[in-house]
Design a protein around this ligand. Structure first.
Ligand code: GRF
Length: 204
């Protein structure tokens, strides 16, 4: 029997995307082990979600490490020990150092709540809302050395109505995220993604 890929989710906050991934695994949307949740925030809500889904959660305290690189080395050590084949960043509020990216080249995904390359960084939904764009959306991409920059796997756009409240827009974005991230992970797990430079080819 073919070995299933082990997935680790790295998150710092609420974890609604973690939950979407956990639900996708549970209902067999793709075949993989959601092996662990790693977080840099001791009291993050995502840890409670992990408990609910019986996913092992590990808190790594950044304060225990002198540099970002040392922290990342610890993360890599755990990921290797657990034989992780895919790292899904889901609201992980830390910049990842090159040592991490090189150790898991083209095996780290991220979700961003805007149509990249627009509105990179934190508070992307608010950035887009305040800018007054008519269209925004969600991107799932491979992670490379630059923030919110790697090759794009999937994007989905939505229109913004001038009367729309920020809260409503946030809800609509999150709804898309919870569908799009599992979809991108499914493509990865089923080996249907081929990266060539900035482009990601979707194999049939
Ligand atoms: C999401 O909007 C994701 O796109 C961004 O951080 C947020 C995390 O939300 N990177 P949650 O913790 O998954 O609810």
């Amino acid at each position: 029997m073919k070995k299933m890929i082990n997935i680790a989710v790295l998150a710092s906050g609420s974890g609604s995307n973690f939950e979407a991934i956990a639900k996708a695994v549970k209902r067999g949307y793709f075949k993989a082990n959601l092996k662990l949740l790693m977080t840099d925030k001791e009291n993050s809500f995502v840890r409670l979600r992990a408990k609910r889904f019986k996913v092992r959660d590990i808190f790594v305290n950044p304060k225990d490490f002198k540099t970002r690189r040392d922290f990342d080395r610890q993360i890599i050590k755990i990921l290797r020990k657990e034989k992780i084949g895919l790292v899904a960043l889901a609201g992980f509020m830390r910049i990842i150092s090159p040592v991490f990216i090189n150790a898991f080249r083209n095996k780290i995904l991220n979700i961003h709540p805007a149509i990249l390359p627009s509105f990179k960084g934190v508070d992307a939904i608010t950035q887009a809302y305040d800018y007054g764009v008519r269209i925004t959306g969600v991107s799932v991409h491979f992670v490379d050395q630059k923030m919110d920059h790697g090759p794009i796997i999937l994007q989905e756009a939505l229109g913004i109505d001038s009367n729309e409240k920020l809260k409503e827009l946030e809800e609509r974005i999150h709804k898309i995220e919870h569908r799009l991230y599992p979809k991108a992970i499914k493509l990865f797990v089923e080996k249907k993604l081929k990266v060539k430079g900035r482009k990601v080819f979707l194999l049939s």
